[in-house]
Design a protein around this ligand. Structure first.
Ligand SMILES: Nc1ncnc2c1ncn2[C@@H]1O[C@H](COP(=O)(O)OP(=O)(O)OP(=O)(O)O)[C@@H](O)[C@H]1O
Ligand SMILES: [Mg+2]
Length: 251
């Protein structure tokens, strides 16, 4: 193979369709394969619906999909998805889709999460949302490149190390997704009217892409913006979207 051909092959980025046609159209056909995209927005802005749509697109193609939820009402989540036209039951029976509840009150929440991500050979993973995890007190042992984390009681939180510790904390999650070589979506809960890209102020730097969902109440409109996307030329202009049967649709 000539050097030029080799160079071209190396530069072809595999695109993973999100299932939202309008979005795939403005990001070169889909999310870069094996990337981590942060989806941020206030309550009700469509973060979970985005996640359903992304995983549903995967199961339609026969890909293995994992939905990590911090909401213990997994059945409620499945009902919500079904109402929008995303019926995951058949895929769950075929072991193509899995919905796993992460209990943040359990000391081993990190282990259960990373074990599942790393052992499942998933093509697509969703973590909805990272916010309760990023706000949990943790204690990191070791150096920045070789560390082990565990959750501690609030009385034991080292007072002077919140930012470095939180960064390690979030990197631990992002590292697991990266190691698993899966294409992932991580959501972050923003307060209404916030101009931040994530609740923790760190995830947007660790993620390969950032999408924000928002409202324009006076115009009775929903907005969708791609703020960052690795290896992709994209507009920053907020796009008008609708939510309904079939999920998010660009107008
Ligand atoms: N069938 C439907 N038709 C039209 N709009 C819908 C429908 N179902 C849900 N919605 C809209 O989507 C919103 C919920 O979206 P979603 O659950 O994805 O929000 P979220 O960003 O995950 O919120 P939270 O941060 O509270 O989890 C509802 O508040 C409603 O406005
Ligand atoms: Mg949600």
């Amino acid at each position: 193979m000539s050097e030029e051909m080799y160079f071209k092959q190396e530069n072809v980025i595999n695109r993973v369709r999100t299932g939202i046609d309008g979005l795939d159209g403005i990001i070169d056909g889909g999310l870069p394969g094996k990337s981590i995209t942060l989806v941020s927005g206030p309550p009700g802005s469509g973060k979970s619906i985005f996640c359903f749509q992304f995983l549903y697109e995967g199961v339609k193609k026969g890909e293995k999909c994992l939905f990590l939820t911090l909401d213990k009402k997994v059945n409620g989540l499945l009902t919500q998805a079904k109402k929008l036209g995303f019926e995951f039951q058949p895929a769950m029976e075929k072991k193509l889709a899995k919905f796993l509840f992460l209990n943040v009150n359990k000391k081993l929440v990190y282990e259960s999460m990373t074990n599942e991500i790393l052992s499942g050979e998933y093509d697509r993973v969703v973590l909805d949302s990272i916010t309760p995890l990023s706000e949990m007190p943790i204690y990191a042992k070791g150096t920045e490149n070789n560390f082990d984390i565990s959750i501690i009681n609030s009385e034991e939180i080292p007072t002077n190390t919140t930012l470095p510790v939180r960064r390690l904390h979030l990197r631990f999650i992002m590292d697991a997704l990266e190691t698993a070589e899966t294409t992932s979506i991580v959501t972050s809960e923003l307060p209404m009217g916030s101009s931040l890209l994530s609740r923790d102020g760190i995830s947007e730097f660790l993620a390969d892409g950032v999408i924000t969902l928002n409202f324009d109440p006076p115009m009775d409109r929903r907005k969708f913006s791609v703020m960052k996307m690795r290896n992709t030329k994209h507009t920053l202009r907020p796009q008008d979207i609708e939510i309904g049967e079939g999920g998010i649709r660009f107008i």
